[in-house]
Design a binder for this molecule. Sequence first.
Ligand SMILES: [Zn+2]
Length: 301
Amino acid sequence: MLVTADSACQSDQLVSTGGEFPKDRTTLAIRWTGYGNFELVYKGQVILLDAYFDRGSEYPTLGFGAADVRRANVILIGHGHYDHMSDAASVGIRTGATIVGATSTVERLRTQGVDAKQLRTVTGRGGEQLQFSGFSVEPVLARHGESPAEVTAAFGKALQATVRAPTAEQAEEQARIRARGSSDPRIGSEGTIAYLITLDGGFRILYRDSGGSITDYERAAAQRVGPVDLALVATSASYVTALTVGQALEYVHTYRPSVFMPAHHDAPYNNLWRPTEPVFQAIKDENPTVVTVSKGYSGSR
Ligand SMILES: [Zn+2]
């Protein structure tokens, strides 16, 4: 939430779960709800970025569940892994929202009972400007994060040695949640989409839900549209701060945001949150005018 004069913008409750719309229709309300999830509200429209709300008992609660999400107009899914789309089908069916995603994402949604009329398949390779009420969306082919295996193996081993293993019930719960996502091998290079969202008032948002390297498609799109107002970007999963910072700076150099909000930096109890403060410091070392914002989970009351 960047505007705080309106009481609707001071509430933790999501508009999608029954919260108030901003009083001024042209106010943009932004709420982060864990991992790559954001709720954007603008001109009476509710836009969900990713849909992964029922994360299971190994995770801190968000304060609401997928079943509470009753209002959405458009859902943009960055990629099809379970931790980005596991609740997209149920929320889509309940709300009737249009759901946008890559082929691998939409193919999974088709098997989950979502009406084909609600689905929009995009490639991000150009010429796919989508017009909605109050805003437009340009999908841009991005790339999934590729963490160095030797680093993740070493950290994984250390974490396993120091935390309590999940119970059998928790393992089953996680398996059920994971099964609602996709493990399509195309996700890495063809199934991860960044979205350039342009509001009617001209405000431009870049959303990217995985911490992979910048593609030529992204570079070209960023050069064409110029600096964005707001970047909502995933924090890379590399554990090592220097790697995470390096990836974040590539996003900042490419998209040149005025405001930077990290995503995908939280974690289950048995893992580490990804660093945001070192990322913020590195961004400000280069350009002190960039505003960095990290809010707590919205939805809890
Ligand atoms: Zn992923």
